[in-house]
Design a protein around this ligand. Structure first.
Ligand code: IMP
Length: 185
C-alpha cells in the first residue's frame, strides 16, 4: 500500500524493455553452438576466455553445455563508459592469469558491434602465440561494423538496436535478465 506511489513513479521513469530473444530461444541456440564447438575440437582441451563483464552468463551456459574439456579464464576490457555507443577507445582492465602459448583458445564475447574491442583483443591474444585462436560471440550486430573481424561461432545476428540482458548491460543495469531485450525510451 505504502509503496505503490513510489512504484508507479518509478515505472513512468523506467525505459521500456521489449523481448528480442527469449530465454528458451537462447538455451536452444546454446545447445547447437556447444555441439558445433565440441565437433570442431574433437576432445582437445580448450581455454575459454570470457571478456568481462558481458560474456559471463554466455560463458557459463556454453561451458556447462560443452563436452570438450575446458579451462575458464577472464580478461577485462572497457570501451563503453556509461553510454550506448562505443567511445572507440579500448582499455585492458584485467589481464589473463595464465599463459596460453601453444593452447587452443576461444575468446568468448557477449556482442560484436563495431568490432573495435574484438580487433584489439585478437591482436593482443595473437602476441601470446596460442596454437589456435577463435571467437565465439553470443550476439552479432554486423550493420555497425567498422573493423573487419572474423567470428567463428555466432549465437544470433541481431539488428542495430541497443540490447540488454543475459549478461549485457546499460550503465551496469539489466545484466541479470533471462531474456535479451531491446532498450527503449
Ligand atoms: P564493439 O567494440 O563496438 O564491437 O563493442 C563491443 C562491446 O560493446 C561489447 O562487448 C559490449 O560490452 C558493448 N555493446 C555493444 N553493443 C551493445 C548492446 O547493444 N548492448 C550492450 N552492450 C553493447
Amino acid at each position: 500500500m505504502i509503496l505503490s506511489p513510489l512504484i508507479s513513479l518509478q515505472s513512468t521513469l523506467m525505459p521500456s524493455l521489449q523481448v528480442l530473444l527469449s530465454a528458451q530461444q537462447i538455451q536452444a541456440r546454446i545447445e547447437s553452438l556447444a555441439a558445433e564447438i565440441d565437433r570442431d575440437y574433437a576432445g582437445e582441451p580448450v581455454y575459454l576466455i570470457g571478456i568481462l563483464k558481458g560474456a559471463f552468463i554466455f560463458l557459463a551456459d556454453l561451458a556447462r553445455t560443452m563436452k570438450t574439456p575446458t579451462r575458464i579464464e577472464f580478461i577485462g576490457i572497457s570501451s563503453y563508459g556509461g553510454g550506448t555507443s562505443s567511445s572507440g577507445e579500448v582499455r585492458l582492465t584485467r589481464d589473463l592469469d595464465v599463459t596460453v602459448e601453444g593452447k587452443h583458445v576461444v575468446l568468448i564475447e557477449d556482442i560484436v558491434d563495431t568490432g573495435i574491442t574484438l580487433a584489439y583483443l585478437l591482436k593482443l591474444m595473437e602476441q601470446r602465440k596460442p596454437a589456435t585462436l577463435r571467437v565465439a560471440t553470443f550476439l552479432d550486430k554486423p550493420e555497425r561494423r567498422v573493423r573487419p573481424v572474423t567470428v567463428n561461432y555466432s549465437g544470433f545476428v541481431i539488428p542495430d538496436k541497443f540490447v540488454v540482458g543475459y549478461g549485457l548491460d546499460f550503465a551496469e543495469d539489466y545484466r541479470n535478465l533471462r531474456d535479451v531485450c531491446i532498450l527503449g525510451d
